[in-house]
Design a protein around this ligand. Sequence first.
Ligand code: CAA
Length: 260
Amino acid sequence: FLMYENISVNLSAGIAVLTINRPKQLNALNKRTIEEAHAALKEMESDNEVAVVILTGAEEKAFVAGADIKEFADFTIAQGGALAKNGQDLLFTLVEHYPKPVIAAVNGFALGGGLELAMSAHIRIASSNAKMGLPEVSLGVIPGYGGTQRLAQLVGKGKANELIFTAGMISADEAFRCGLVNAVVEQDALMETAMKMASKILRNSPMAIRAAIRAVNAGYTSGVNGYEVEIEEFAKCFGTEEFKEGTNAFIEKRKANFRK
Ligand code: CAA
């Protein structure tokens, strides 16, 4: 993981922390940062040492303050389209469908592409100083990394419209009240809280968690019947060693060991 310029990855006890690391630019997502995050996630996807990924931003001020405005300010229509498409393909869709749980530890400003990145993650925990919003319309553009879709899924259409049209920022507490984040903690407890949740997840069957991610996402994929995907995924579990281990452990009154 050493060749990265704009991100860093730290792995310990099955938990990988991927930090967006451009603090002087408030961790804004330029092309290189998106490519590096993509490469790291692809590498960790097949790495058996990685069970859970935590996404966060370097230093205390920002998670990610958005797409890099300076990089796209002179783009054409075609370049704008490619920016959104490449970003979604390389990072945001990858995170949403990642076969291992991804927790966003939102440690400060999560704006535009930053909030969109947090929303792609499976779970969000925010520090109490975090500020969230989709300010794109104040720049004469709209969210392009999935924000119009995922914000409406998480908080409902009315609240999403309000946040997008006003370009305003909400506090971590308000984000918690509207279901945008799962929990709010003091900044110095943020990583510990995310790690604790990751450790809890780590005890469970990785196979079943992958299946659950596919089934939950199916409900948000147009043209796909989530209930049918759930039945298929449920059935497939029965053919696995992890299902045998989990059910046998229950019957034998012992703890299951899924990571032999
Ligand atoms: N892109 C590029 N640079 C950014 C950035 C961004 N999104 N956000 C912050 N920076 C840079 C600033 O330009 C500044 O750099 P310089 O020192 O070189 O001038 C540095 O980070 C520090 O930022 P500020 O001086 O602005 O810090 P502040 O405390 O005064 O304000 C802030 C903090 C309110 C977060 C402010 O930086 C801000 O409004 N940032 C932009 C937020 C935004 O509009 N995000 C949406 C981007 S568009 C998008 O994401 C499109 C999409 O969906 C695909």
